[in-house]
Write a protein that binds this ligand. Sequence first.
Ligand code: PMT
Length: 259
Amino acid sequence: MVEPGSGYLACGMTGPGRLADPEEIVAAIDSEARKRHDLEGETVLITAGPTQEPLDPVRYLTNRSSGKMGYALAEAAAARGAKVVLISGPVHLAPPRGVEVISVRTAVEMRAKVMENLGPAHIVIKSAAVADFHLSKVPDQKVKKTAARISLELDPTPDILAELGRKKDDRLLIGFAAETQNLVQEARRKLESKNCDMVVGNLVGGADVGFESDQNEVILVLRTGETIPLERASKREIADRIFDQVLKLRLALHAANGR
Ligand code: PMT
């Protein structure tokens, strides 16, 4: 059901009763048409976007993540019938239909919200580009410009994926690896060291895939040693291909647990 839009009406009154925004109608039809319901009954926890790590009240460290990959994953999971919780860093994207979005700013805040929402999750996908370093003591006042060189001493942020790997139980844990070289090797290293079921290797640094782009091209690295390249497509299409593989992993997990 697409509800009517609100505003000034032909009868002279103001309120709900206008034709809904055509883009909203198209999005609703698209989402219904894509529905396969093969994730019904699953709760999926997804992280998306960058984090911002303050340096003082007016400056921060961040990265190029737009959130598009994570939001596409959330939209795909919801369209396939999952209950989706999306923990998002600061992005300029509309919340996907039917998805609970929790906004955070820093890696520390993202960690807190992920752990708070982990309980009911059957599938966790960490597509956020979490900052690896931050200032653990942020000055209260703006740092003044002087002629002298200054240096920043940064501490590592909490490694959320590694902590999830330690608390995995019988969840499926999917990590991402954004790399500029040795993609498969690095993805495999992250798969092992963070106890993931699958890592999505994403070559970044170029302009047409990876960060910011509407398209992506990734390689799925599995515990079996198998690698599955997903050729260039829209992030929404890549998201569906990732869930196709997640479903195979879930079936294998259920079979192993005798469900
Ligand atoms: O947002 P877009 O513009 O659409 O771009 C998509 C993307 C390139 C950001 C996405 O596809 C991607 O590759 N996401 C992972 C980015 C990243 O931080 O990769 P990493 O190799 O640095 O981290 C490895 C994994 O550890 C990731 O799952 C990350 O979420 C997680 N991590 C990293 C640091 C940290 N402190 N905690 C974490 O949980």
